[in-house]
Design a protein around this ligand. Structure first.
Ligand code: ACM
Length: 539
């Protein structure tokens, strides 16, 4: 006989371990979960049905979802039938009177012989299905029944973003589709598409064909690190761009996964590729530059003269015609003002506008664009440098140089997205030792560090905190030459960020996350997605 104390201890361990294997393992962690008595033997024999309002819209959303869900190892998602009572039935339905679920929330009720997924909106249903997909994978993987219970879930923030730089390296339409699927699995809802930069312009613009004829190609690409001496290059021409038809397809592909695509058109700096194609837009021109082949910034900057605004407005018109997003991102970061300072004509213009500094001239420049976008019913967003010479009246700020800019903007009652380089830059290393990781830009942001982030700083009062729309992970691709490496840098850090942006801060607990992310990473594997295995546990 075991001593009484030891047997009670073993009994508690036994109960805890049962609980661990049968809890709902969902990322991002749902708001409220209530387990009840009983088990649900969820498997591919279940029937799937739709009932209630908007049946054809739900059918359409589900069909698209099912195609992808079935590429997992589960195959639980069967074609949808109209509702006929029977045991072992998944019911999907819209409910109208559940204010608590909001625009994106959902509820899943799991019973012995019925699972109900309900929401007020198609979007909420979609997120409910994403959670159910993770549960079906868990049931398949653990070969265990699920506990009966209820999940009620709503997101914390409305901006749950991921960015991708396609200028430094280009990714195909199929790869962007895959990236969008990665976002969708994590209930991320904004894809910030960094389409233009010194090293390549990637969007077809019909009014300005040279942007892609000239601006999308560079002579060669840097290999090794920027700080290597001597710097090395591969000697191979590099290029690529998306046609407007391809972009429309991807915007639609994203929308059907509840993702808004926010395009970024950089100005007035990070524009050497524009000046290579249209040198008349330069502020100072000793000779026509080529599309940049080294990483890092460029002294080239668009002039603040009328011709630049004619150009930018036409580019933005075509951008707005293919991107229905409320926000248009206009960059605004790291504009080197040397050519503005060197140009007597630009200095004269600055004086005649009554402006004292080049930062104020940049603010005036950005203010023109803000007015234009607002006149077209859109809103402007820019990196936090747009605060420097005075913030345009309607602008939202993306805070990347820490949280300072975001805090300042929120206090001024402007919307903010937090993407501080301390927690949200997925181009930095994710694991020590760096020498065992693929070459990265530098710095270190571990999975746990991402997980620890809270996008609402304590320096803000509750009213100011409401201006924080959410947070975003940034994926700059100087050191990310192919899509497999994009996946490696994002997964599983995107899972941590999804919990930062979706789940309540007070319910976050890293050891619990680590267990759930370990199961989710099995799903990454089933989809053929590359990911960093160093922080996931063997299950
Ligand atoms: C940035 O990382 N330059 C926004």
């Amino acid at each position: 006989m075991l001593p009484r104390k030891l047997s009670s201890f073993l009994f508690i361990i036994f109960i805890l371990s049962c609980y661990q294997t049968i809890a709902y393992n969902i990322i991002p962690k749902p708001w409220k979960v209530k387990y009840s008595k009983g088990q649900c033997q969820f498997d591919p024999t279940w029937k799937w049905s739709v009932t209630g309002d908007s049946i054809s819209e739900i059918q359409k959303m589900y069909n698209q979802f099912q195609v992808w869900a079935d590429s997992s190892a589960t195959g639980f998602f069967k074609p949808l039938e109209t509702f006929e009572p029977c045991p072992r039935l998944v019911k999907i339905q819209l409910v109208r009177k559940e204010k608590e679920l909001g625009a994106e929330g959902y509820r899943i009720k799991i019973d012995k012989s019925e699972i109900v997924v309900e929401a007020q909106s198609l979007r909420g249903l979609y997120y409910g299905l994403q959670s159910l997909k993770q549960l079906s994978f868990q049931a398949f993987h653990d070969k265990k029944s699920l506990p009966c219970g209820v999940i009620k879930d709503v997101p914390r923030f409305s901006w749950r973003g991921m960015h991708l730089d396609v200028s430094r390296h280009f990714f195909t339409v199929r790869e962007i589709e895959c990236y969008l699927e990665m976002l969708a699995l994590h209930k991320m809802n904004v894809f910030h598409w960094h389409l233009t930069d010194d090293q390549g312009w990637r969007m077809e613009v019909k009014a300005y064909p040279r942007l892609t004829e000239i601006g999308s190609g560079r002579e060669q690409t840097m290999i090794g690190h920027y700080y290597d001496k001597p710097r090395k290059f591969d000697g191979k021409p590099y290029g690529g761009f998306y046609t407007q038809k391809e972009i429309k397809h991807l915007v639609q592909f994203a929308a059907s996964r509840m993702i808004t695509v926010v395009p970024e058109i950089e100005m007035p700096g990070h524009c050497q590729e524009v000046i290579a194609a249209y040198p008349s837009l330069a502020s100072q021109l000793d000779s026509v530059p080529k599309v940049l082949t080294v990483w890092g910034g460029s002294d080239h900057i668009l002039s603040p003269f009328p011709a630049t605004f004619v150009f930018l407005k036409k580019v933005l018109d075509e951008t707005m015609a293919i991107f229905p997003s409320t926000y248009i991102h206009i960059g605004g970061d790291e504009a080197i003002k040397k050519h503005w300072r060197n140009s007597p004509k630009i200095q004269k213009m600055k004086d005649s506008l009554g402006l004292k500094t080049e930062n104020q001239l940049q603010s005036w420049f950005i203010g023109q664009i803000d007015k234009y976008l607002v006149s077209k019913g859109r809103k402007m967003m820019g990196w936090d440098e747009i605060l420097e010479g005075g913030l345009a009246p309607n602008a939202a700020v993306m805070s990347w140089r820490g949280e300072k800019g975001g805090i300042q903007a929120a206090k001024m009652k402007h919307n903010v997205v937090m993407t501080p380089g301390t927690h949200c830059y997925f181009d930095k290393y994710q694991h020590e030792p760096k020498t065992e990781e693929p070459l990265a830009i530098g710095g270190m942001i571990t999975l746990e560090k991402v997980y620890s982030y809270n996008p609402q700083p304590n320096d803000l009062n509750p009213e100011e905190k409401a201006y924080i729309l959410g947070a975003q992970g940034n994926v700059w691709t100087e050191y990310i030459p192919d899509f497999k490496q994009v996946q490696y840098m994002c997964l599983p850090r995107m899972a941590a960020l999804s919990e930062v942006t979706w789940s309540k801060d007070e319910t976050k607990y890293y050891p619990d996350f680590q267990k759930r992310v370990s199961l989710l990473s099995k799903m990454y594997g089933a989809f053929g997605w590359n990911f960093c295995r160093k922080d996931v546990m063997k299950l």
